[in-house]
Design a protein around this ligand. Structure first.
Ligand code: PEP
Ligand code: MN
Length: 252
């Protein structure tokens, strides 16, 4: 039987208790399977909001306790692995850290499930070799994530490389997750890119949601609102069910 489809949703960044809990309750009610949220943010500018750090991790733990949703959160610095391990059900490696080999090795040694994002200027081979740093430490609970790459095209924030989905599935047994939010850069494109990713065979999506994107401290333009997320989740799940192999459907 193939793996269940995984919808991971939540804010880009943990900003406050109210914002985190409101988002967690909304995505849980809409049927998301995991909560995402960054406490440590790898920002392009050092002057941008860098995240709440350990206070953010505590808010994620509270949101998990309140909803029961497992938490996916990013580790940006190997010196913070202990506090992150206290909270993260899945450790996210951000696109900018895909080739931070010391970080990958420590995550491998930790044995904790991980989600490894493809770097914006990395090939599929680069991603697979980065994954090997985690796998070769004996940790094979790993999801790979396509989140858009840099091309000459600027109509979107990055170019979502949907070919990566079938290519990765040809080359590995690991689940392939697509992040339409960072690729799109604006919320209007998140739904069509999500449906295309599911149709291409993705095992899951990781998507940004915020109760009030206009006031988000990071990535507001690409966040779905908590109120529009329910319809979005229904559509994505309906397509994911339709994509299940007939043999599996016969078993349910
Ligand atoms: C994020 O998930 O909020 C993030 C920073 O993503 P990426 O590493 O893909 O840019
Ligand atoms: Mn983000």
């Amino acid at each position: 039987m193939s793996r269940d489809f995984t919808l991971i949703a939540g804010p880009c960044t943990v900003e406050s208790r109210e914002q985190t809990l409101a988002t967690a309750y909304a995505v849980h009610a809409a049927g998301a399977g995991m909560l995402r949220g960054g406490a440590y943010k790898p920002r392009t500018s050092p002057h941008s909001f860098q995240g709440l750090g350990r206070d953010g991790l505590r808010l994620l733990a509270e949101a998990r306790d309140a909803t029961g949703l497992p938490v996916v959160t990013e580790l940006t610095d190997v010196r913070e692995i202990e506090p992150v391990l206290e909270v993260a059900d899945v450790i996210q490696v951000g696109a900018r850290n895909m080739q931070n080999y010391a970080l990958l090795t420590e995550i491998g040694r930790s044995g904790r499930p991980a989600l490894l994002k493809r770097g914006p200027a990395s090939t599929i081979d680069d991603l697979l070799q980065a994954a090997e740093y985690i796998l070769s430490e004996g940790n094979d609970d790993l999801m790979l994530c396509e989140r858009g790459i840099r091309t000459f095209e600027h109509a979107t924030r990055f170019t979502l490389d949907l070919s990566a989905v079938p290519v990765l599935k040809e080359r590995t047994q690991l689940p392939v997750i697509v992040d339409p939010s960072h690729a799109a850069g604006r919320r209007e494109l998140v739904r069509p890119l999500s449906l295309a990713a599911v149709a291409a065979g993705a095992d899951g999506l990781i998507v940004e949601v915020h109760p009030n994107p206009a006031e988000a401290l990071c990535d507001g333009p690409q966040a779905l609102t908590t109120s529009e997320f329910a319809d979005y989740a229904d559509e994505v799940h309906a397509l994911a069910r339709a994509m299940r192999p007939a043999v599996e459907l016969a078993a349910v």
